[in-house]
Design a protein around this ligand. Structure first.
Ligand SMILES: [Zn+2]
Length: 284
């Protein structure tokens, strides 16, 4: 079984996670830039973060045989902070970099006018840089946020097949299904989607244009929930090809639209090479 997690924040995870992921068959990941919990106070703190997820993190992933790409954006939450907004002007030079496979996460947090503006400007950047867009839907007022997201996507002129609308659930799937956009689902240990709920949606809606991710980050989350969902699919009667489509070929197809997805390093469920490798240990 080969697995591609299309949305995971590895910068918040440990090398133990990489080792467990690689051993379970997770061979590729995409790390969207997002909020770090602690508010950032200046654009320089974003550029250091972007450099880290484009430089240090792929290097760290490679020690475990995991291929790592990133998406770059000003996230919806910090789009509201006037100290952070100047980062919008710095995005173009990052969007030209090799390992950047989409603009994201963009979208809504609290649906403010500032968020409208940042979302709109970044969709325009996606069109300009010929990149797909990864869109976060809000955790509060999810249905209204998803509707407003689709309106803005439509108005932007971006091709819907180049947009993934993420963090969907049973309520919001109907809004996105039929829009032409990709449908992203984050599987969490306690809240949002669980593996059985995801399997039920795959049964009802099929496997086309579906992306399943762990969205693991610094909160309560689990990088192996993609694997658990794949196993739940098999137990529910989906075959290996269905699992491969959802867990590998779909994310490959979506991010390949960037023209930059490079999977030449994929070795399948590689053995971690941490022991004896030159990777720096924490604190060094
Ligand atoms: Zn995220």
């Amino acid at each position: 079984m080969r697995i591609f997690d299309p949305h995971i924040h590895m910068t918040s995870r440990t090398t133990d996670d990489y080792a467990r992921m690689a051993a379970a068959g997770i061979a590729a990941v995409v790390e969207p830039s997002f909020w770090l919990g602690q508010p950032r106070t200046n654009p320089g703190s974003f550029t250091d973060y972007f450099d880290s997820i484009l430089g240090w993190e792929p290097y760290r992933a490679a020690q475990f045989g995991v291929v790592h790409h990133a998406t770059i954006a000003l996230n919806p939450k910090e789009a509201n902070d006037p100290r952070c907004r100047p980062v919008l002007d710095l995005l173009p030079r990052y969007l030209d970099k090799d390992r950047v496979v989409a603009v994201g996460e963009i979208g809504y947090d609290s649906m403010t006018p500032e968020e409208d503006d940042a979302f709109e400007r970044q969709l325009a950047l996606a069109v300009e840089h010929e990149l797909p867009a990864l869109v976060h839907t809000p955790h509060r007022d999810k249905a209204a946020g998803t509707r407003r997201t689709l309106d803005l996507v439509k108005a932007s002129g971006i091709e819907p097949g180049r947009v993934a609308v993420d963090h969907l659930n049973e309520v919001t799937i109907d809004l996105v299904h039929g829009s032409g956009c990709w449908m992203g689902f984050s599987i969490y240990p306690e809240t949002k989607m669980s593996p059985p709920r995801m399997v039920e949606l795959l049964r009802r809606y099929g496997t086309e244009r579906v992306l399943v991710n762990s969205a693991a980050d610094w909160g309560v989350s689990d990088p192996l929930l993609t694997v658990e969902t794949a196993e739940a699919m098999l137990a529910a009667g989906f075959d290996e090809d269905d699992v491969d489509r959802v867990m590998w070929r779909n994310p490959v197809e979506f991010y390949s639209q960037s023209g930059r997805l490079d999977l030449t390093g994929v070795t399948g469920a590689a053995e971690p090479t941490f022991a004896g490798s030159s990777i720096k240990r924490g604190g060094e």
